[in-house]
Structure formats: C-alpha cells, structure tokens
Design a protein around this ligand. Structure first.
Ligand code: ADP
Length: 522
C-alpha cells in the first residue's frame, strides 16, 4: 500500500496550487474537497466554490464513468486519460496525475489535470491520415489519388479550402476536383507559395499572405479571401510530383500539427504516385514490346513464306536430276542427294518458323475442347511412332476447356511426341496429368525417356537449339519454343523437372481468363 503524502499545512500548499497552470482537484470519498481556479474553468464554472462539495463522477463523461479509475493497490503518482463532461454538456479530453494524500485527516486523491484535447484531436487526425494510406492501396489512377486525398483533407482533417496540384511538364495543374481552385497549367517559373513548395521541395507556411511579396506580386491562384496558407510538396527524394495546399481566411491559421499532418499525407501520396507512374511505364514498355514482337512475327512470317517458293524449285530440280541418274556419276548423285536432304530439312525449319510467327495472330474462335478427345486425336496422329516404339500414352480424366483448339493441340502434341521421341526405353510411356485451380489449369507431361541435364533447361526453349544430332533424334529444335510461345500467349508458364536417365516432366499452366479475349489463327 502506498504511503499517503501528509501536508503539515494544506493552506500553504494551496498557495502553490492556485498558481499552478494545471487544473488541480482534491477528492475524498468521491466528493470534490478542493479545486483551483483552473479546474473550475476547465469544467465550465466561474468560481471554485461552485464545484467544491459535488460528486466527482458528475464531471466524468458517461462513457468513462463506468470505467472510472480506482487507485487502490497502485503506487502513486500515476496517470490516466479520460473525458470530463463540462457544465454545458460538452466533453474535454484530460490526462490526470494522481497522488494519494491525507486531507483533513482522511485519505484523498490530489489530482493534477491537463487538457489534452488538442493532442487527442491531432492523434485522431493522424489516424485518418494512416487510414487514407490504406485506402490508397485500392486506388489505381492519379485522379482517384487526388480525389481521395482531397476528401481526406476536407472531411477527416477539417481543412475547407484545399488544393491538389500535379506537376505536368513545366506547369502545375490543379485538378478540377480541387475545392479551392480549378486552375490549370500554372507555369513553374511563376511565383506563389504552391509553386515555391514545388520548386524548393520544402513545406511553405505563410501566416499572412499580404506580407508575402511573392504572393502579392504573383496575382496567384490563391483565393482572394485567403490570409494564411500552407503548401507541402508531394515528393520522393529529389523528385517532386505535385503539391498539397490548404488555405484559410484567418491569419496564422496553421500550426506545427497541421504541417505534420500534411507532410505525412504528402509522403503517402508521393509513394502511391510513384507506384502508379512506375506501373504506367511498365505497361507502356510492355505495349511497345508487344508491338515490336508483332512486327517481328510479321517479318518472320513474310520471309519464311517467301523462302518457300525458291526452296520448292531447288527440291523439284533435285528430284528431277535424281529421277534419271544415268547422266550422273556417283559423286554427283551423292551431292544431289545431300542437296535434297538439306532442302527438306530447310523446308521443315521454315514450316516451324511459320507456325511460330502465327502463334499470336488473333482470328480464331474459342471453342469448348474435351482434352480426352484431343489426346485421342494426337494418339491417332502418332500411331506409327507409337506402334514402332511399343509406346503408351496414359492419362486419367482430363478437363474440357474453352480454348483455341489448334494451338492447344499443337502444344500437347509437341510435348507428347518429344516424350516418345527422346526415349530409349523398350516400352516408352508418357503420362498426362491435370490440376484445376481457381483461375488456371496446370498440366504435366511426364515420360520415362532419356532425361535432360539441368544446365540445359534454359537452352532447350530457345529457337533451333537441340541437344542431339539429327541422326540420333530427328527434329528442328523449334517445338519447345513454339510450346513456350503458346503457353505465354495464354498467360501461363512452362517449366520442367528432369534428370539424365530418369525421364522428364514438363509442366505448364493456362490461365482460364486468357480465352475470354479474341481468337487466334494457326
Ligand atoms: P526438337 O524436338 O525438334 O529437337 P524441341 O524444341 O521440341 O525440338 O526440343 C529441344 C531439345 O530439347 C530437344 O532436341 C531435346 O534435346 C530436348 N528435349 C525436349 N523434350 C525432351 C524430352 N521429353 N526428353 C529429353 N529431352 C527433351
């Protein structure tokens, strides 16, 4: 139990308490025994006598009354916060510091009480600023950022003349939603405090605009009735995106707290704007990249297409030569055969290039495709190879998906035929699996083939890159590049797990929403 502080003579203590800048109460048995003048004023009374003798809980706001502090068992002095209810019914936030004393021979509480309503108000406003930061997470455009910031300044922080300026090239534009102004394109080499905040990157507080020469000279956008103004740059590091400003028709209307609130708000806004700008830049580069890729595809398509005709002539003349070998010696027959083989290989390469260049063309309709039927079709196409290699294709119930049939068939066909081709087992097997997820499908094509060394994983997806000679395993090295392009054009990924000698599993995903858009043509 805490020792009670005993005053030899409370009358002497009174002299000090009267002079205190804090409100002071002495309370015993919940009755007010003593208050100084500050305390009476705090409660809305003229004289101390009007308060002495009343129950202390009369002056505690109803919501805090039940939770009223019981000092028992606490060491003193101790502090707590609560709301007082004034004579006129209004509330005031206070912080009490309590010491236990002996008053008139009885235990009592000596309460030093401080009005903290300003601090509380500031804390509530700071809360609103942090809430605004959370709100900004769901905002997408610059207009929305400005609108929600202006709302917060108005509604939660209580500023009534507010502006949100954005730097656009060499000018500062106050958007239409600015309450104080709809000015557009203020030149940044002009004057006025918002311009100054942008140019210096520093907060500007003007307590009397009539005394600020640059404002008087600028014929600026500030409201005619504006007397004080606060402008805070919206910036990250040395980059300033804009400015927040608040104006007031009273002199010296803004204090240190207002400045802190606006600066914190401006920081949140700046990081959001930076994210939006970054995202816009990224989208722009993506669009550019897409259009470059498209150009490249068109170019590849045109060139491959044009190469077909001369190649057909070479093949035709080669075959003509070989149709009557009587005029050729053995060397010539060998050379012409080689020319023919090389040109058929070239024909296959050109055909693969044509397929590759067509992957992104958008014409074809999306259709509902039962993948079980699609794999049956692929099995029929590969029948000769399956029979020759004593191979099997295994799968359990596959989904029906909306897709561009031709491309999805090409994708499965390339992966399945690779699983059979790169396989030295006496009974090659390919297993096809599927998983359905909320917004995508994941498929796997697993084989018991020769496997691939991890160091070659990136290489095999590159155009015309092969790990084996044509004699060992025929092919052009374009199949996986085509697969990757198809998968990526549907917002998916393709990857693999494999070890030499232990088979390979290729995985790919297809986004469900990717087929909602336009069609593609083979
Ligand atoms: P291609 O089949 O015409 O050679 P791909 O682009 O389909 O071209 O494959 C590239 C290379 O990746 C192949 O040459 C082969 O070395 C390797 N590869 C692809 N699939 C498999 C697989 N299932 N098992 C082992 N190696 C594979």
């Amino acid at each position: 139990m805490t020792e009670l502080i005993k005053f030899h003579d409370f009358t002497t203590a009174r002299t000090f308490l009267e002079a205190s800048r804090d409100a002071v109460f002495v309370i015993s048995d919940e009755k007010i025994e003593y208050v100084n003048e500050m305390a009476a004023k705090l409660l809305g009374f003229e004289r101390a006598e009007d308060v002495v003798g009343r129950w202390s809980c009369e002056f505690i706001s109803p919501e805090d009354r039940r939770a009223q502090y019981k000092p028992a068992g606490k060491t003193t002095p101790f502090r707590y916060e609560l709301k007082f209810q004034r004579k006129d019914g209004t509330n005031v936030d206070v912080e009490n510091q309590i010491s236990l004393i002996e008053y008139d021979g009885r235990p009592a509480s000596l309460v030093f009480c401080r009005d903290i309503s300003e601090r509380k108000l500031f804390e509530a406003k700071l809360d609103a600023v942090h809430k605004h930061a959370i709100e900004l997470r769901n905002v997408e455009t610059l207009e929305e950022v400005a609108q929600s910031t202006v709302n917060t300044l108005n509604e939660s922080l209580g500023f009534n003349q507010v502006g949100f300026g954005i730097v656009e090239g060499n000018t500062l534009s106050f958007k239409e939603f600015s309450v104080s102004s709809t000015v557009k394109g203020l030149p940044l080499d002009g004057s006025g405090i918002t311009i100054r905040a942008v140019n210096t990157g520093e907060t500007q507080v003007v307590s009397d605009v009539r005394r600020d020469e640059s404002i008087v000279a600028s014929n600026s956008h500030e409201q005619p009735e504006t007397l004080s103004e606060l402008a805070v740059p919206i910036k990250i590091g040395s980059e300033t995106f804009g400015v927040l400003n608040v104006e007031n028709s009273e002199l010296d209307a803004f204090d240190e707290n207002d400045r802190k609130l606006l600066e914190t708000l401006a920081q949140h806004v700046a990081s959001k704007i930076a994210t939006i700008i970054e995202k816009e830049k990224l989208q722009r580069s993506l669009r550019e990249l897409e259009s470059k890729n498209q150009e490249l595809d068109e170019y590849t398509y045109a060139v491959s297409h044009d190469l077909k005709a001369p190649l057909r002539s070479i093949q035709a003349f080669g075959e003509l030569l070989l149709s009557d070998t009587s005029k050729l010696d053995t060397d010539a027959i060998d050379y012409v055969t080689r020319i023919n083989n090389a040109s058929s290989r070239m024909k296959r390469l050109i055909e693969d290039l044509l397929v590759l260049s067509r992957v992104n063309r958008k014409y074809l309709d999306v259709e509902s495709v039962d993948l079980n039927r699609l794999i049956e079709q692929i099995e029929m196409d590969l029948e000769a190879l399956i029979r020759e290699k004593n191979a099997e294709i295994l799968y359990s119930e596959l989904p029906t998906i909306s897709c561009h049939r031709v491309w999805i068939q090409q994708l499965f066909s390339n992966l399945v035929s690779n699983g059979l081709k790169f396989n030295r087992s006496t009974n090659p097997k390919v297993w096809i699996g599927s998983e359905e997820h909320y917004d995508y499908y994941q498929f796997s094509i697993k084989d018991n083939g020769i496997g691939i060394d991890e160091k070659n994983f990136p290489r095999i997806f590159k155009l015309f890159q092969r790990l084996h000679s044509e004699d060992e395993f025929p092919g052009t090295g374009a199949g996986l590049t085509i697969c990757k392009k198809i998968v990526e054009s549907y917002g998916g990924k393709i990857w693999l797990e494999s070890k030499p000698g232990l088979g390979s599993t290729f995985y790919f995903t297809l986004s469900r929403s990717a087929f909602d858009g336009g069609g593609m043509t083979p």
